[in-house]
Design a protein around this ligand. Structure first.
Ligand SMILES: [Zn+2]
Length: 184
């Protein structure tokens, strides 16, 4: 389980870095090498498809977080809260995530205004700007969710020692630091 979350975390971070480079590149109007232009469509499709790959486990984690709260409160409708979900992140990471929300929203409309339907260079740039902004948000959030969950396994109802290590059900000691666990 944790292995999957760790892989998703690093995959999201890698994709986020690609998105950041692409986004800054477009914003600064740097010339795009022709080799990249040839594969631009493939890159766009690949990066967009990758969002679904990392968001499948991310949505599962979000579901577990909501269920856990729902179970405790015993109420039917429980809202997912980003501030709770990102509890395990350092404040700067949480704030960056909120900033990305706002930025992507603004960027979406600004790049939409640049015209997206034509085949011209301006349209291609606008599209790239919009897409890379969305990638930044989705990969960034997936990374932050995984980071938070791995640091605070209790968020998804996993047992953890006081240092935050995940402890398997039925184990009497933490496998990482040896701390004794209270009986279940
Ligand atoms: Zn431990």
């Amino acid at each position: 389980m944790n292995r999957l979350l760790v892989s998703v975390k690093w995959l999201s971070l890698a994709a986020w870095c690609v998105a950041l480079v692409a986004h800054v590149w477009v914003l600064l109007h740097w010339p795009v090498p022709s080799a990249v232009v040839q594969h631009l469509h493939r890159v766009q499709v690949g990066m967009t498809a990758g969002i679904f790959v990392v968001w499948w486990p991310t949505a599962w984690v979000a579901q577990r977080m909501t269920e856990r709260h729902g179970g405790r409160a015993g109420q039917g409708v429980v809202q997912f809260s980003w501030s709770e979900a990102l509890q395990g992140c350092p404040p700067w990471m949480r704030n960056t995530a909120y900033g990305l929300f706002i930025y992507t929203f603004i960027n979406f409309f600004v790049s939409f205004g640049m015209g997206l339907t034509g085949a011209g260079t301006g349209d291609a740039l606008g599209r790239m700007r919009m897409f890379s902004g969305l990638w930044l948000l989705f990969y960034g959030l997936a990374f932050a969710m995984m980071y938070s969950t791995l640091r605070t396994p209790s968020l998804i109802g996993q047992r953890s020692c006081s240092a935050g290590h995940a402890v398997r059900r039925g184990d009497n000691f933490c496998g990482q630091c040896g701390q004794p666990m209270p009986p279940q």
